[in-house]
Design a protein around this ligand. Structure first.
Ligand code: F6P
Length: 388
């Protein structure tokens, strides 16, 4: 998504102070635009389907904004009316997002336009089609930036956000859509790695995504049967790690270590492993390789590493996410039709609630604390999870 570009523009322009939003908008809604912002994840299509099907029951038309705002600001805008295929049952199981995510040329276009040029293209495209409400899936930052941009571009078009993230780090949420599916995918790979680790009497280190939050790594490690789980929130004590892996190895003649992409390694001066891509982007990655090398050199064991990477973002969603994405999508349409705006639909473990975006804005992302029940469970079973 073009969040960093908008963020930079918003932060460094006095116009940012002009953003303020009403908590409820009374206009009736007859045409909704949907976009899937940020990285993709399983169950976005299930969510789109639920939005379309719910909107149909209310005689509301639904338009897709391909690749997020970039699809609107290009000339001509690529907005299109969703056809019946978007309401088909096949959407429940299709991975990725049929509306797509941003690509390299989108960033170039974004960088080439001023904030006002972007705002005027967004406003023109939406008013041309008479779109009078927007629903977006996204992380907390991208949802907030979209809401702010819409306010800036259109005045007060109603906006509803739906939390999605395989990292599960969105404030105020228990789970965001996509997380449970990513856990299921990663857990399957971790279990598969144990088969080969056993055969070859190896240590295998598996790297999970999740940015600076350890939820994906912890849940995947538990579900996949990991012996050791290293998380970004808790420092790794090398002596304890080596002792633990050695003991596991003595017992089972293999070990499966699951690490988050953002753990801080003393072999890397306490920093996370990062690299820069050819187009200048900084990416997390390399922690599994570094841990495998450290274990191999320190313990004299054969240690290999696997990076699960984008496999965790793809594939069919599991049942939990199919239901949660459907539920939040349907409630988002109900909320926008009932006059709500600037809210994020949230499943709180019992009900679906509409949380004002103001409660999520400028709040630090969620991260693991040492009293997180799943973490305590892992430690209680003898899994080393770092110094909590
Ligand atoms: O935020 C989701 C996420 O998949 C992170 O877990 C990961 O670090 C990042 O996005 C990868 O981003 P990209 O697809 O741009 O490499």
């Amino acid at each position: 998504m073009w969040a960093p570009a908008i963020l930079a523009l918003l932060l460094y322009t006095p116009l940012a102070q002009a953003f303020s939003a009403p908590s409820s908008v009374l206009n009736s809604v007859s045409k909704i635009g949907i976009l899937t912002s940020g990285g993709d994840c399983p169950s976005l299509n299930a969510c789109i389907r639920a939005i379309l099907k719910t909107a149909e029951t209310r005689d509301v038309e639904v338009f897709g904004l391909p690749r997020g705002f970039p699809g609107i600001i290009e000339d001509p805008p690529a907005i299109f009316k969703l056809d019946a295929s978007y309401a088909s049952a096949a959407m429940l199981t299709k991975g990725g997002s049929r509306l797509g995510g941003s690509v390299g040329s989108d960033y170039k276009l974004i960088d080439s336009l001023s904030l006002d040029e972007k705002a005027s293209r967004i406003s023109a495209a939406l008013s041309e089609l008479e779109i009078d409400g927007i629903i977006a899936t996204g992380g907390d930052t991208s949802m907030d930036l979209i809401a702010q941009m819409l306010q800036y571009a259109t005045g007060n078009i109603p906006f509803i956000g739906i939390p999605k993230s395989i990292d599960n780090d969105i404030p105020s949420t228990i789970y965001s859509i996509g997380f449970q599916s990513a856990v299921a995918t990663a857990a399957k790979s971790i279990a598969a790695v144990r088969d080969t680790a056993e055969s070859h009497r190896r240590v295998i280190v598996v790297e999970c995504m999740g940015r600076n939050a350890g939820f994906l790594t912890l849940h995947s490690g538990i579900a996949g049967g990991a012996d050791t789980i290293l998380l970004p929130e808790f420092p790794v004590d090398n002596t304890q790690l080596l002792k633990h892996v050695e003991e596991v190895y003595k017992k089972h003649e293999c070990a499966v270590v699951v690490v988050s992409e953002a753990i801080r390694l003393s072999s890397n001066s306490g920093k996370t492993s990062k690299y820069t891509t050819a187009d200048g982007k900084t990416r997390l990655g390399g922690s599994a390789e570094a841990v495998a090398r450290f274990l191999s050199e320190s313990l004299g064991l054969d240690a290999r590493h696997v990076v699960l990477g984008h496999t965790q973002r793809g594939g069919s969603p599991n049942g939990f996410d199919q239901v949660m994405a459907t539920t939040l999508g349907a409630h988002a349409v109900n909320a926008i039709c009932e006059g709500q705006s600037e809210v994020m639909m949230n499943w709180n473990g019992r009900n679906v609630e509409a949380i004002p975006l103001d409660e999520v804005r400028d709040v630090p992302s969620k991260s693991l604390s040492s009293d997180y029940p799943e973490l305590i469970a892992a430690q209680s079973m003898g899994i080393y999870c770092g110094s909590t």
